[in-house]
Ligand binder design. Structure first.
Ligand SMILES: [Zn+2]
Ligand SMILES: [Zn+2]
Length: 391
């Protein structure tokens, strides 16, 4: 492990900072305290700082040397709307809000890297530090892109990092290609005709039609997709009726679709549309189908993934970097950045995940022991990509 000495010296201070952010979680686009904390520290370090990019996003810029090359390094700042169950002193001070995904750690590590590079600008080019809001579903990354992130701060490539429970603490997983899935949502309304439950022939039953629909939707992935294209279609809600003896007049079905390419997303949407129409005809119900695109798939570009893996190997050794870990069907807002620029999003091991220390679990906590690893990784990545000798 080749942690920078200067970073080691910051470990205690950065741990205090991380726990302070953990104790004060803020939800999507409401990260005012966190964003101010980040921006204030960037400014205190003498870094050019821009507030309010993509609403509550913050951008810091460090320029060194003469090279036109530029890279972006990104962290996310938001927490989740859930109740923390941890009782340690830095547990959430806000009921119903929790840093259960480690964005407190991501923010801390990127801030640590920015402060280090401000003190030691031993690179040639521009490093853009991107602190994004609203990763957990509300598209803060997209908001920053739409707010002109890449026009205002031109960069050649962009890099992300997420802690990963289940991977040994301080180890890395790097994917060349898909790493996180797309996440779409669907709403289906099945409109029948209400009736007395003892006289079904006088109505049109949306419960039976909806049940057939749920079953038929399970054939989308298994019967219409190439078996080598991974995808998930999960029905997660089925609401209908209120009484034992009433056939309701409508049912509502919702769920999520995950895939690794826009082509597969389109195939799934088309198949679902067809099935909704067919079930409607077969069961004499009116089916309203609404498919909503969410985060696209997060796809690392191979050249950038290779560099990230090399930087990680130089830091933690050959055995500490895996390139064979399966992608996750979870989704990631970083996808919007990778839609615009080449880049790579890596996983940093958070430890075994014992005692509920897994993402989005009420007993999760970011592992402070890995802070120096994450900070050094960012510093080394910037130095490698903007090496003075390569100018
Ligand atoms: Zn999360
Ligand atoms: Zn997360």
């Amino acid at each position: 492990m080749k942690i920078l000495d200067a970073v080691k010296q910051q470990h205690a201070a950065l741990t205090t900072l991380r726990r302070d952010i953990h104790a004060h979680p803020e939800l999507a686009f409401d990260e005012h305290r966190t964003a101010a904390l980040v921006a204030d520290r960037l400014e205190a370090a003498g870094i050019e700082t821009h507030r309010g990019i993509g609403r509550t996003g913050v951008v810091g810029v460090i320029r060194a040397g003469t090279s036109k090359r530029a890279i972006g390094l990104r962290a996310d700042m938001d927490a989740l709307p859930m109740q923390e169950r941890n009782t340690f002193p830095h547990h959430s001070k806000h009921p119903g809000r929790m840093h259960a995904c480690g964005h407190d750690g991501h923010t801390t590590m990127l801030l640590g890297a920015a402060e280090h590079l401000a003190r030691h600008p031993d690179f040639d080019g521009t490093v853009v530090f991107i602190f994004q809001p609203a990763e957990e579903g509300d598209g803060g990354g997209r908001e920053m892109v739409e707010d002109g992130l890449f026009e205002r701060f031109p960069m050649d490539a962009v890099f992300g990092l997420h802690n990963w429970p289940g991977l040994p603490a301080g180890s890395f997983a790097v994917h060349a290609g898909p790493v996180m899935a797309s996440a779409d949502r669907f709403d289906i309304e099945v409109l029948g005709h209400g009736a007395h439950a003892a006289m079904p022939h006088l109505g049109v039953d949306p419960v039976v039609a909806g049940s057939a629909l749920v079953q038929a939707l399970q054939t989308v992935v298994t019967r219409t997709l190439d078996p080598l294209d991974p995808a998930v279609l999960s029905v997660t809600q089925f609401h209908a009726g209120e009484a034992y003896n009433v056939i309701p007049d409508r049912a509502r079905i919702t769920g999520t679709v995950r895939a690794f390419s826009t082509e597969v997303q389109a195939q799934i949407e088309a198949a679902m549309q067809r099935i909704c129409q067919g079930i409607g005809t077969a069961y004499n119900v009116n089916v309203r189908f609404n498919y909503m695109r969410g985060y696209p798939a997060t796809i690392n570009t191979p050249a950038e993934a290779t560099v990230c893996a090399e930087v990680a190997r130089a830091l933690v050794g050959e055995g500490g970097v895996r390139t064979d870990v399966k992608p996750s069907m979870g989704a990631e807002d970083f996808a919007y950045f990778l839609h615009e620029k080449p880049g790579c999003y890596v996983w940093l091991g958070n430890g075994p995940g014992e005692g509920g220390c897994t993402l989005h679990n009420p007993n999760y906590d970011f592992n402070d022991a890995v802070i120096p690893t994450g900070v050094t990784y960012w510093v080394n990545l910037a130095q490698r990509l903007l090496a003075a000798s390569a100018a």
